[in-house]
Design a binder for this molecule. Structure first.
Ligand SMILES: Nc1ncnc2c1ncn2[C@@H]1O[C@H](COP(=O)(O)OP(=O)(O)OP(=O)(O)O)[C@@H](O)[C@H]1O
Length: 306
């Protein structure tokens, strides 16, 4: 149904905003399940998770995988974390696009001096279970924060809260606007709600991260080899229906295609599919779906009747 990315400086009221939004959604007419995914789910020590780039990347990876597993057409997932890196929000947006759902960003806009003060106050509340950021980590996170910009697809639509000025309530304008956007029933005239559409690069099931590029490379190479081999057997004659095995579509090309052209198409396909991730993670797929996608792509690109 939808993915909501909460974003803001450390200690800017994001968790409060996530809770208010979740409650407001539950009270709305929408019957969708609402779930918050946040750092506490993984019982990680906050200051260790942001202690260095590797730990921070790991935390983002864990959260992203959980979002990836959880997003669906029947629920509303709220990601409550800093989500302060532009490229990371882009990755979350790609997950929403791959699922074909609504997406929005809820931004807690609080000046860093207030966030700092709230964090200091929280340092004194340790016994209540609230964990404050160490000063050094807090300052580093504040410095690296990349403010959302509604002109970016992955920051849009952007709903802005001003927790220091106006507090955070279920009735805050930004919360009401977000609820309305997320739950609005669509008809043919609805232009203001965007359901993201999966593209060739975002369809299918997922590769494991470590193997994905290798698998994609190998799968596309196998398809290319099959074409080269079939063409050499056909001695330049017409070639329709090159079979790659059970469950895979046939390759249908009505003219002879040289190796340079095949290589170029393969490179373009790899680039296209690789665009879904800024952290180097290739597109979701397994070997068979990579082959299927590549064959679909080739059949379309080489279709002389199109
Ligand atoms: N509008 C507000 N007025 C005063 N204090 C606030 C306000 N909003 C949040 N706080 C305080 O700031 C602290 C952090 O709030 P919260 O956990 O919602 O922020 P957060 O952005 O999720 O923090 P973190 O970055 O640690 O996840 C809490 O101790 C809370 O009481």
């Amino acid at each position: 149904m939808a993915l909501v990315v909460i974003c803001g400086q450390p200690c800017s009221g994001k968790s409060m905003a996530a809770l208010c939004l979740a409650e407001a959604l539950k009270e709305s007419e929408s019957k969708d399940t609402v779930r918050i995914i946040d750092e506490t789910l993984f019982h990680l020590d906050r200051n260790q998770s942001y202690a260095n780039m590797t730990a921070e990347k790991n935390l983002r990876g864990v959260l992203r995988s959980e979002v990836d597993r959880s997003v669906s057409k029947d629920n509303i997932i709220i990601v409550d974390s800093l989500n302060s890196i532009k490229g990371y929000r882009y990755e979350l947006w790609c997950l929403a696009r791959a699922t074909g759902i609504r997406y929005c960003v809820l931004y807690c806009d609080v000046e860093e001096t207030h966030c700092r003060k709230w964090n200091e106050e929280r340092q004194g509340k340790g016994e209540k279970g609230e964990v404050a950021y160490d000063d050094k980590i807090f300052e580093d996170l504040v410095r690296r924060f990349e403010k959302p910009d509604r002109r970016n697809r992955w920051d849009s639509p952007l709903f802005e809260l001003w927790p220091h000025k106006n507090g955070i309530e279920k009735s805050s304008d930004a919360i009401l606007d977000a609820v309305s956007y997320l739950t609005k029933k669509l008809d043919s005239k609805s232009r203001d709600v965007k359901i993201l559409q999966p593209t060739i690069a975002t369809q299918n099931t997922r590769f494991s991260e470590a193997n994905s590029l290798y698998e994609l490379d190998r799968a596309t190479q196998e398809v290319t080899n099959a074409i080269v081999e079939a063409q050499s057997k056909a001695l330049g004659g017409p070639l329709n229906g090159i079979s790659l095995g059970q469950g895979l579509p046939n390759i249908n090309i009505s003219r002879s295609v040289g190796l340079p052209e095949l290589r170029r198409l393969r490179r373009t396909f790899m680039k296209l599919t690789g665009q879904t991730s800024l952290s180097g993670r290739p597109p979701p797929s397994d070997a068979d779906s990579a082959k299927r996608m590549f064959v679909d792509y080739l059949n379309r690109e080489l279709d002389t009747t199109a």
